[in-house]
Design a binder for this molecule. Structure first.
Ligand SMILES: C[S@@+](CC[C@H](N)C(=O)[O-])C[C@H]1O[C@@H](n2cnc3c(N)ncnc32)[C@H](O)[C@@H]1O
Length: 225
């Protein structure tokens, strides 16, 4: 499944490393999957640094031109709406809307430059069911997808998605943010922790210095219990 209301915007390597708290050791020694990667330039930039990263997203069924057009429209629309919702955000990292626009445009352009250049790096795949093998990646990252859209994606979808991400991760799954678009921590986090179907998973919540959407200063790390 793919949500039409999910915007096609991406974050940079610097943003990912900051809120996922990725160390040089994590990056050097891991095969990483960016799940729901969209227009993020994490895969492109990490590959340029010599790290092993795969990006997966349903939007990769589209051509580069189609993605370029839609993401350009989405970026303009988000920036147009920003003044109305600016109170839901903290500006320590980006400074102001121009700083945010700069990060989004940098990610978009670096992604587009790389997209399609290395055939196995961008895989068309969707949660809650991916084509990857059990424990295929050491670390699976999910950035700005799960929990953020908890009004559009059901609890069942979230449960199946975290179990799927855990299935394909050998070491751990990192999910950020845990806050939704109303800038509240998603109630699904605690519900999943208490769900007997997730009893095989350990939930660790780490405090994060990064907070853009208000109440998004936590990172979830899932490991096999
Ligand atoms: C807000 S963007 C986040 C992109 C990137 N992870 C980042 O943080 O920059 C959300 C992404 O989720 C993708 N998406 C939509 N439905 C999905 C699904 N069922 N499984 C995985 N990703 C999905 C969208 O195509 C979009 O690229």
């Amino acid at each position: 499944m793919e949500l039409q209301n999910v915007v096609l915007l991406g974050r940079t390597f610097e943003e990912y490393c900051t809120y996922f708290q990725l160390t040089e050791e994590n990056l050097r020694s891991s095969r990483i999957l960016d799940l729901g990667a969209g227009l993020s330039s994490f895969c492109a930039e990490a590959t340029a640094h010599g790290y092993h990263v795969t990006a997966a997203d349903p939007v990769y069924r589209l051509s580069k031109d189609e993605i370029a057009r839609k993401s350009d429209e989405d970026l303009k629309e988000v920036l147009r709406q920003l003044p109305d919702v600016a109170h839901k955000y903290k500006w320590d990292f980006y400074g102001d809307p121009a700083g945010l626009a700069h990060h989004r445009e940098t990610a978009r352009l670096n992604f587009l430059k790389d997209y399609g250049s290395l055939p196995n790096h961008y895989v068309c795949a969707s949660l809650p069911e991916t084509p990857f093998a059990d424990r295929e990646f050491s670390i699976v990252l999910v950035s700005y997808f799960l929990f953020l859209y908890d009004d559009l994606l059901s609890y069942e979808f979230h449960k199946r998605s975290v179990l799927e991400a855990a299935r394909i991760a050998q070491k751990e799954v990192r999910i950020y943010p845990l806050a939704n678009l109303r800038a509240e921590k998603s109630v699904f986090v605690e519900q999943l922790k208490d769900d007997p179907d997730c009893a095989g998973l350990r939930f660790d919540l780490l405090r994060s210095d990064f907070e853009f959407v208000k109440n998004s200063n936590e990172l979830l790390i899932l490991r096999r219990a």
